[in-house]
Design a binder for this molecule. Structure first.
Ligand code: NDP
Ligand code: MG
Length: 384
């Protein structure tokens, strides 16, 4: 039986992973869970899955919980995440926290030879040049959970393709004008037509920055040149991505727009077993599949992400940090949706890249960039 730790168990991916596990025809043992502040949901999960160890964001919550669940060991903070991801009692860790906090537990898991089901794309955007070689050095598998990357992984079958074709739903503003996008509220941006996800990734999907981050993620996971990575808008989200071979043959992976299959495949790899989505797909119910090129003018985030990826070095680290801070400011009502990309672009324009940056340099740059981004946002607010 596989032994699993889930970091981010109360989030969109975490809860869907637990749904997958509950309906799997082969048992996976949930050894440990980590969450942030949603203690009520976490308590429900502890009652059902009886994990041996649990980590939460705050010490106070850990203390309260240990009185309520004396059988369970409670940890907290960043250290708690690293202890769980490197625990001798697990085989695989699902990294499903959002944002930059995914990086350190991923590194800890690799150094302790734990396979990784990676949902947290920010980890590879920030530090793919460190994480991928390290995983190779330690013989650790990084199994993609992001649906596009899972699709490509499922298509590859050990052969290096000519091109990767990453599909995108286009988000809630695909058919809106630039003016309408400018005046979009957080609620409109949070209303994604196809996917029900956490707040940060949902806003990234509205600006198409999510697709940009995924392009960088794909570059690292599959060792592909940016010129060989293409993005195609496919609003129905049935084809989750594809690869193209030298001879023109295209291999695509299909399924309903659900994260269950990519999560399950990462957890049961290399096995295919009966699960929550078995028998869910019916071709006769799919009316049409359409495709179009992305509009880089309307969605400049995709363009700046490609550019940051191509420039490489520490540009993607800066892209990730500036974007994450700007997304938070948008969700707090401080800036407009279109400001997210404008601000990220202006931060990238001032960046002096570091060659072969170490993990410490990346973490330091991440902090510095966030501070710089917050300052730009505060100055904008003062001017208004
Ligand atoms: P959510 O915001 O829904 O969930 C984030 C999870 O991380 C929650 O369990 C949250 O806990 C936990 N968390 C946040 N901060 C901390 C912390 N400091 N310590 C411990 N736990 C913390 O995000 P998603 O599930 O949507 O996304 C997770 C990752 O997966 C992201 O990187 C995203 O890009 C990626 N992804 C998501 C997809 C999706 O469909 N949702 C698809 C593809 C990739 P709490 O809520 O208890 O505070
Ligand atoms: Mg995706």
């Amino acid at each position: 039986m596989k032994k699993l730790s889930i970091l981010g168990s109360t989030g969109s991916i975490g809860t869907q992973a637990l749904e997958v596990i509950s309906q799997l025809s082969e048992k996976i043992e949930v050894v440990s869970l980590a969450a942030g502040k949603n203690i009520n949901l976490l308590k429900e999960q502890i009652k059902i899955f009886a994990p041996r160890k649990v980590s939460v964001l705050d010490k106070e919550d850990a203390l309260k919980l240990s009185n309520e669940f004396p059988q369970t060991d409670f940890l907290y903070g960043d250290e708690g995440l690293e202890i769980l991801s490197s625990d001798k009692d697990i085989d695989i860790v699902l990294i499903a926290v959002s944002g930059k906090i995914g990086l350190k537990p991923t590194i800890a898991a690799i150094k302790n030879k734990k396979n990784i089901a990676l949902a947290n794309k920010e980890t590879l955007v920030m530090a793919g040049d460190i994480v991928m070689p390290l995983a190779k050095e330690y013989g650790v598998k990084i199994l993609p959970v992001d649906s596009e990357h899972s699709a490509i992984f499922q298509c590859l079958n050990g052969v290096k393709p000519k091109k990767l074709i990453i599909t995108a739903s286009g988000g809630p503003f695909r058919n809106k004008s630039i003016e309408e996008i400018k005046s979009a509220t957080a609620n409109e941006a949070l209303n994604h037509p196809r996917w029900n996800m956490g707040r940060k990734i949902t806003i990234d999907s509205a600006t198409l920055m999510n697709k940009g981050l995924e392009v960088i993620e794909a570059h690292h996971l599959f060792n592909m040149d940016y010129k060989d990575i293409k993005v195609v808008i496919h609003p129905q989200s049935i084809i989750h991505s594809a690869i193209e071979h030298e001879d023109g043959s295209i291999i695509a992976q299909m399924g309903l727009p659900s994260m269950h299959i990519p999560i399950q495949y990462a957890l049961t790899y290399p096995k295919r077993i009966k699960g929550i989505e078995s028998n869910s797909f019916d071709f006769s119910k799919i009316a049409q599949l359409t495709f179009e090129n992305p509009d880089f003018e309307k969605f400049p985030a995709l363009k700046i992400a490609f550019e940051a990826g191509i420039k490489g070095k520490t540009f993607p680290t800066v892209l990730n940090a500036a974007n994450e801070e700007a997304v938070m400011a948008f969700l707090d009502g401080k800036i407009r949706l279109t400001d997210i990309t404008e601000i990220t672009k202006s931060v990238l324009n001032t960046h002096k890249p570091i060659e072969n940056a170490s993990l410490e340099q990346i973490l330091e740059l991440d902090e510095k960039t966030r501070k710089q981004t917050r300052e730009i946002i505060n100055n904008l607010l003062i001017k208004e």
